[in-house]
Design a protein around this ligand. Structure first.
Ligand SMILES: Cc1ncc(COP(=O)(O)O)c(C=O)c1O
Length: 413
């Protein structure tokens, strides 16, 4: 399968951790060679130019957030000015809430889902509390019937006349289920509900058409598939029909760039998504994206998705074949359109199995209570690695090697 594979050679663009099969790019993508060059160039510019780097660096730092925002637009299917690179995922959700959550009359509820990434829940609950709202009444969770996925009917049933905003995942972080962004957005709009999409597990894994799908807002990290680096700058999308806007959380980097250094005493915001920036962008945690997004631009999301689907299909099929007897269950949906970029395997011993896998040179991750996530990356994972990883996992489960590990789990990541 690897031999007649058009994207196979791209692996050499990535500086992968040595001597392991790295299946955790859906948590932290590796450094790219081009990203490293940009990092080194930024360090050199800092050394040579000092403060002059804001205007004089090869890619001037003053416009870096907009430059990267434009590159991200290609990946998420946005128009110019609809995406800005800024802050981090959770902070960008706060910005969306501060700016666009506009309760009025009986419409006060924020809808999200029972399997949401906890940080999103913390942000929403915290925001509602600060507004003096009763969280039990103003936060509604879409239930999950199987503990892994969401049913379209349940999503739609939650979006009634009480709802002021929905916050939904493009791809669920644990099971890897992909939601139909266009269809759900259209149904939400028919009920008068704007939707903010958490695309952390979708961006760089599945093709997105946020402008065409009329998504209202989206926020996402860039350190997973997009290989921006640990803690890299986040991404924020605002559909053009919601622009221009006065930011709920304001700061000088949200200014119209032409006037920012006039230092006016009142904010004159940019007329695009850039208005939602707050402070100075983290240059060194942004420049690796100049390299990795260039690779994405060259390959295109359709080709990325084609290879990703072949990978997850192989993974799920092999898991059925060699792991079912060992008590594993694939909990990622089977249909291609409902599948993101990773495959989730449920097993009661998932925590210890993950640790045993790592010690055998396969890097997965564990998500409580019982999921091992295997995240191949379409631009560097080989089909042979997928097969090897599953064979190792089968051997561990068969021999009970994982039972030597103490119960519980170790690390962050
Ligand atoms: C789906 C999802 N949402 C939100 C976050 C929080 O991201 P951050 O730490 O960048 O705020 C993550 C982090 O992995 C995530 O996977």
């Amino acid at each position: 399968m690897d031999r007649d594979d058009a994207l196979r050679d791209l692996r050499q663009e990535f500086l992968l951790p040595e001597d392991v099969i790295y299946l955790d790019g859906n948590s932290l993508g590796p450094l790219t060679k081009r990203g490293q060059e940009h990092l080194e160039r930024a360090a050199l510019d800092w050394r040579r130019l000092g403060v002059g780097g804001w205007q004089g660096a090869e890619v001037p730092w003053f416009h870096l957030a907009e430059t990267i925002g434009a590159m991200l637009s290609d990946v998420v299917g946005a128009l110019p000015g609809e995406v800005i690179a800024t802050a981090q995922t959770t902070l960008n959700l706060h910005q969306v809430l501060q700016t666009f959550y506009r309760p009025s009359g009986d419409r006060r509820v924020v809808v999200t889902e029972a399997l949401a990434f906890p940080s999103d829940l913390y942000a929403i609950a915290g925001h509602l509390e600060r507004r003096g709202l009763d969280v039990r009444r103003s936060l509604r969770l879409i239930p999950s019937r199987d503990g892994h996925t969401l049913a379209a009917d349940d999503i739609l049933a939650a979006l009634d006349d009480d709802v002021a905003l929905a916050v939904l995942p493009g791809v669920l972080y644990r099971s890897g289920q992909a939601l139909a962004i266009g269809e759900i957005t259209a149904a939400a709009h028919a009920r008068g509900v704007p939707v903010a999409w958490d695309l952390s597990h979708a961006v760089g894994a599945i093709p997105l058409a946020l402008h065409r799908d009329e998504a209202d807002f989206a926020f996402f990290c860039t350190y997973k598939y997009l290989c921006g680096g640990p803690g890299a700058i986040g991404g924020l999308f605002v559909h053009r029909r919601h622009l221009p806007v006065r930011p709920g959380m304001a700061g000088w980097f949200g200014s119209d760039k032409a006037r920012q250094f006039d230092m006016p005493m009142e904010l004159g915001p940019a007329d695009d998504a850039g208005a939602l920036q707050v402070g100075t962008p983290p240059v060194l945690s942004s420049v690796p994206l100049l390299g990795s997004l260039e690779i994405y631009r060259e390959v295109g999301m359709e080709a990325v998705r084609r290879r990703s689907l072949r990978q997850t299909e192989l993974l799920a099929a092999m898991a059925d074949d060699v792991l079912r007897e060992q008590g594993f269950q694939v909990v990622t949906p089977r249909s291609p359109e409902a599948r993101g970029g990773h495959v989730a395997l449920a097993h009661p011993e998932a925590a210890r199995l993950s640790r045993a896998l790592k010690d055998r040179g396969v890097v997965p991750d564990f998500r409580p209570p019982d999921v091992v996530r295997l995240g191949p990356h379409p631009l560097y994972t080989t089909f042979r690695e997928i097969a090897q990883a599953l064979t190792v996992l089968r051997d561990i489960a068969r021999t009970g090697e994982h039972l030597r590990y103490p119960e519980g789990r170790e690390e962050v990541g």
